[in-house]
Design a binder for this molecule. Structure first.
Ligand SMILES: Cc1ncc(COP(=O)(O)O)c(C=O)c1O
Length: 202
């Protein structure tokens, strides 16, 4: 990747987790969409149909990358919008009378504030799991926190500030060892390796 002039000439930039210059190949493929193919993809006229084709193509590419189908890809205008759509959408569509959400304190504020709003306005119970010194959630803590009313577990794969990588595969398997399931509970990690901090529940 070519380093942009601003970066070469300026102070050392250490915030690529927050935002980073786009690759020139991305600029090149985006240019037609920002110039000639500018139509609203929701419009049925000639210009709109061109943009719709480009959007459908991109949707198919993202789906292939993630190993899913194009109908399951929803583009949003920002990360915060995506978080809100996922968190609020899942909880409000759950149909559960007192829905329960599990998350953890180092989530992005867009997730934590969405959970707060659900708690305040929609009778949602929220559990914040503790993290250890490396910022990681213990899958055993998650398994212990899951209840029959749990409709959503939100744990970021990679932290946007620290870069901590959560054990997502192990966390995703936690429902199998949740206390209300009939499957056998796996051995818990020793008390020493686990966080001393308790869950906080609102
Ligand atoms: C998980 C998560 N959500 C939301 C955001 C904020 O994104 P935006 O500024 O596009 O709303 C970030 C930014 O790092 C993020 O990591």
């Amino acid at each position: 990747m070519t380093v942009p002039h601003g970066l070469l000439d300026g102070p050392i930039y250490l915030d690529h987790n927050a935002t980073t210059p786009i690759d020139p190949a991305v600029t090149e493929s985006m240019l037609p969409c920002l110039t000639a193919e500018f139509g609203n993809p929701s419009s049925t006229h000639h210009y709109g149909r061109g943009s719709r084709g480009a959007l459908d193509h991109a949707r198919g590419q993202v789906a292939a990358l993630l190993g899913t189908t194009a109908e399951r890809i929803v583009f949003t205008g920002s990360g915060s919008e995506a978080d809100n759509l996922a968190v609020r959408g899942t909880v409000l569509a759950s149909g559960v009378e007192r829905p329960h959400v599990i998350t953890q304190p180092t989530e992005h504020p867009a997730v934590l504030r969405a959970c707060e709003a659900l708690h305040r306005w929609h009778n949602t119970e929220v559990t914040l799991l503790p993290v250890d010194g490396d910022g990681l959630v213990d899958p055993a803590d998650l398994a212990a926190a899951i209840t029959p009313r749990t409709v959503l577990v939100s744990v970021m794969a990679a932290n946007n500030e620290t870069g901590a990588l959560q054990p997502v595969d192990d966390l995703a398997g936690s429902h199998a060892s949740a206390k209300w399931c009939s499957t056998p509970t796996p051995p818990r990690r020793s008390a020493r390796s686990r966080s001393a901090r308790p869950n906080s529940t609102w």
